[in-house]
Design a protein around this ligand. Sequence first.
Ligand code: NA7
Length: 541
Amino acid sequence: ATRPDVIEVDAVVIGGGFAGLYTVHTLRDDLGLTVQAFDNASDVGGTWYWNRYPGARSDTEVNAYCYFFDQELYNEWKWTERYPRQSEILAYLNHVADRYDLRKSYQFSTQIESLIFDEETDRWFVSTDKGQLYSAQFLVEAVGLLSATNVPEFPGQENFRGEIYHTARWPHEPVDLAGKRVGVIGTGSSGIQVISEIAPIVGHLTVFQRTPQWVVPSRHRPIDPDLIESIRNDYEGYHHDLLYSTTAFGFPESAVSAESVDEAARREAFEKVYDDGGGFQYMFKAFNDVGTSLVANKSATDVIEKRIRETVNDPIVAELLVPTDLYAKRPLCCDDYYEAYNRATTTLVDVKQNPIVEFTEKGIRAGDTEYELDVIVLATGFDAVSGNQLRIFQQGRNGLTLQDKWRDRAYTYLGTMTAGFPNMYMVYGPMGPFTNQPPVHEAQVDWIADAIKHTVDSGAATLEPTQKAEDDWMELCDAGAAMTLFPRVNSWINGANIPGKPVVNYFFMGGMAAYMDFMNADRDSEFGEHFLTDGHPARVK
Ligand code: NA7
């Protein structure tokens, strides 16, 4: 076979979501590099391109779920809701793509098949499923933390005569669920949003729940105009405080530990945040130790448990909805979730007691019962954090593949680079900060741009983290995570949701402010101490 013509660019960017769009803008328009970007979707949007299921919306307040790099953009875009719907976020990202003319740098509907580093030329060869071959000095993988879908195979799935949709592969044309018999498998963030949204309109809703989760209301309401005004008046200050907080969610985080007050005070504080709404708020706004202290955690769940039992009319159903786990997954919020189970048209099936045996022609058999359905919704989540990267064959120095390197777990430095893969950058890669994403993407992309600029300005071909920097980072991340309760509960946060996936820590849990300090230290050292330049340690001055 003849070799396709190689197209040379300075940088290849993979992904057209929040992170990828900003990367293209920064590398192309600020650094002046030639950039070719790709996405396997047919347009921009990333997560918000794919997740079109009924009820899909951000559960981060929008004042912190957006870009900050351009105050004019912040000022001119008018959000309508505190927690915007998928369609509104997608419209925003389309607006950003237009405003900065980003689409012209993208080739859509294109899957990257392999990324191979050529040690002779110090360049990456990038091959696409369209038979193209690119060569680039720099790679930026902005492929999404939660985008590689987890689609479990149920026995007999092919026999089902109705429709099956995964939440993150929802069709573009509206799916009419009115009056239909709908089954939902999964009760994570996606599942609870679908359930709450469709319960009032479907003919019958059957929820197949494996593990109940702690859900607090979001208390959705219009945006507080005074809050937006106050941000506009101190834009730099707000943005700085956002990045130098623990979670970057844009609300004041508590500095008080629940352990330092008595139980009555704890209950009062949790009730107050519960009544104001918000999952991340519930975890981080009342006290600072819900994720680390068993005492704090128990007080937090006592309040939610009480509210579940007050809300759900049937005590048997309520019992099934009360989790037995700690409150140490990604915190959930949704309005009208528990209320959905009070409808005569909703059935809750506990698939731990009555496992899903098979899909049949007519529906789903769980335990001894066949539930007849017209539509099955798989709200079964993602091979998170490392999943999308591992779906691309990647080979760095000495023939080492990412697939081999990450067999036991995903090793990175700062969640942005991995040793042995020169000039390969990741936005929100594994072992990155455990935070709200869009503002953190920007901060990482700024760091990546500085690292690339440093490489170009110093006339070097490559920059990569040392093995020691990576080892130290992993150790630091693990020591931090071990102090939290998150490793004690199974979820996508530790890989436990995917059969066969290594169940380990995948995050830096030391807070965004500390993470900013690490990134700034590398800038201050001119990407010295923790890096190899052209394969060699920086000369110590
Ligand atoms: P999640 O949070 O991983 O939830 C997936 C749900 O699907 C969860 O309830 C799972 O139960 C359930 N599940 C997965 N596989 C099965 C099978 N085979 N049988 C029954 N039930 C199953 O994914 P989401 O999409 O809701 O949210 C992911 C993140 O995206 C979210 O946290 C936001 O940050 C955005 P389990 O708990 O494993 O027993």
